[in-house]
Design a protein around this ligand. Structure first.
Ligand SMILES: Cc1ncc(COP(=O)(O)O)c(C=O)c1O
Length: 399
């Protein structure tokens, strides 16, 4: 695995927002930006070349999640996959007298690309319920079971791993109680988990699963949806009938090729590479906790993505930490990249029951294959200095 990124002394600890594209992946993509420009639907050699490349990529994506290739449909990313899963499985119902009481379930810590489709279904008259999570960010099974037993539920959507705090949900147990107690489809947003922890859709027993390429060292603007039964979805985009009519539009061939290449590499390196990153991450957490007074880790320590470290530093503002770290050449985040430019407190941390002081002072550091022990040491020193300085200004004790 080779990383193309070389940006001088800059340190990148925001891999949950996006990852650098691997050099091998770029090399695989280049021919499809050059000589292999045929439309995959064309019935000549140029078209056959690109459609073959798409099918090869589909096999790599399928292999990484234990599905068969014909259960994979390429999309423009995780956001589209989530919208297709949620709106596509419900829109065919419409709102009529038969399903007026229909309940749709999600969790209070989902990504906006899940929450917003549910909000738009709510506006159409569907009854949407959000199950709560505990202090570690783990979904309450009893709350889900209670709704399933009481209501007519059509769809449950719960993420595999959270993008802010990295908490991993017990999806196998959640699908079990869902399928035992309802006819609901179970959708899972696996965008953050893909390539970091083993995923087997048959074992998890999910009906729909969303994936994205740019979180696993592939290019941006491409993702996929796994469908156990594609007939249960209505397409969001109609047109030329590409992707067996589930997602029309000429395929993003080089993007798909890159995504396939990234999945192939992720499959080969799943355990070995992540155990190295997990060690670095654990070292980072332990050192920060001992070097900086009055701070703590958010989320579960055991049920957690191997690259996620998420802290609260009361008495400082997360945005100020980011600015200061950036001055040290370190890229970090307060949480979700897509909402980090909005000054609103994280709905995830709120749902986990953190106080405003803890939410305001939150910081997410997410590691990747490119990070080294030297970089971890530099981040710890910079963070120690940053918190000391910001607390001096805010008057919050730092001992
Ligand atoms: C959990 C989760 N779901 C969905 C998405 C959206 O994926 P994409 O950026 O490919 O649209 C993200 C991106 O941050 C995410 O973290």
């Amino acid at each position: 695995m080779t990383l193309a990124m070389n940006q001088g002394d800059l340190i990148y600890f925001d891999n949950a927002a996006s990852t650098p594209v691997l050099s091998e992946v770029i090399q695989e993509m280049v021919p499809y930006l050059g000589n292999h420009y045929g439309n995959p639907s064309s019935q000549h050699t140029f078209g056959f070349n690109t459609s073959r490349a798409i099918e090869k990529a589909r096999r790599h994506v399928a292999y990484l999640i234990g599905s068969s290739p014909d259960e994979i449909t390429f999309t423009s990313g995780g956001t589209e996959a989530n919208n297709l899963a949620i709106k596509g499985s419900i829109s065919r119902l419409g709102i009529n007298n038969d399903n007026k009481g229909t309940v749709l379930i999600s969790s209070s810590i989902e990504h906006d690309s899940v929450l917003q489709p549910f909000n738009s279904l709510k506006a159409q008259g569907f009854n949407v319920k959000f199950v709560e999570v505990n202090r570690e960010g783990i979904v309450n099974l009893e709350s889900l079971l209670e709704i399933l037993k009481k209501d007519k539920v059509m769809l449950v959507s719960i993420m595999l791993a959270n993008n802010e705090v990295g908490t991993i949900q017990p999806i196998k147990e959640l699908t079990k109680i869902t399928h035992e107690n309802s006819n609901a489809l179970f959708h899972c947003d696996a965008v953050q988990a893909l390539g970091k922890i083993p995923i087997d859709v048959k074992h998890l027993d999910v009906d729909l699963l969303s994936l994205s390429s740019h979180k696993i060292y592939g290019p941006k603007g491409v993702g996929a949806i796994y469908t156990r039964d594609r007939d249960q979805l209505t397409p969001l985009i109609d047109g030329g009938g590409q992707e067996k009519s589930l997602r029309s539009g000429t395929e993003n061939v080089y993007g798909i090729v890159g995504f396939g290449g990234a999945c192939k590499i992720a499959s080969a390196n799943l355990n070995e590479n992540w155990s190295k990153i997990k060690k670095l991450r654990d070292y980072l957490i332990d050192r920060v906790l001992s070097a900086i007074p009055r701070c703590h880790v958010n989320g579960s320590r055991s049920q957690r993505l191997p690259n996620n470290a998420h802290f609260s530093f009361p008495g400082v503002k997360g945005e100020d930490i980011i600015v200061k770290l950036n001055e040290y050449g370190i890229a970090a985040s307060t949480g979700a990249a897509c909402s980090s430019n909005k000054a609103k407190p994280s709905h995830v941390l709120k749902a986990m029951g953190l106080s405003l002081l803890e939410i305001e002072g939150s910081l997410r550091l997410t590691l990747g294959h490119q990070n080294t022990m030297y970089e971890v040491e530099r981040v710890i020193l910079a963070l120690e200095e940053t918190i000391k300085e910001l607390r001096r200004h805010s008057g919050f004790p730092n001992n």
